[in-house]
Ligand binder design. Sequence first.
Ligand SMILES: [Zn+2]
Length: 214
Amino acid sequence: MEKIYHVEMLTQTLGERVGPMALETMIAANLKQDSILGLVGHNEYHFDSNAFDASDAYMEAQRQIALRVLRDKREIILARQAFGRLTHAAQDFYAHSNYVYLWREQFNGTDVMPAPSQVAAMDEVLLSHLELHSGKIYFGEALIYILPFLTPWVFPRLPEDSHAKMNLDYPERGDMFPYAIAAASQRTIYEFELLGERVTAELGDGAWEKFRSG
Ligand SMILES: [Zn+2]
């Protein structure tokens, strides 16, 4: 997703759950995933190219880092950065996969299409759906990032399963974009609460309070 939407989602979901410094650290770590070094060869940061297992493992590794930092009483910023990186992957999942399409397909043929706010971000059936897939980064797409003037020639030739044709990274991608934002926001809160439960269970309320406040 484009920067502005990662920032907006984090501010709206975590703004009232964490302190201003914590939020700032999480936003910076989230955005850093989209730097050149974070884009090349890191499908797992963005749920790109069907790297579902690698992305899930990456998110779990970030939870483990946060837990370890709190357990060992190391600098709290390291735990917050880990969670910021996790939120990037969690949010990109809904922008780079067909999850929200699959969710909406369930209502095809019904009278009223549910609003984006009604989306269920953690539907177990859809999360393991056989048709769940994410956009692949093809050479041609990498090429148009470097040489944008080639876009009119390259874009129509990219396959339907390419990141370029599937992504819901910004509003101009169409009416599925608000569903991706709603699901990604919901997932951000889910991930925050999940980490909170695990920290509290292992290390107590004090550790979670330290993570959140400030
Ligand atoms: Zn990304």
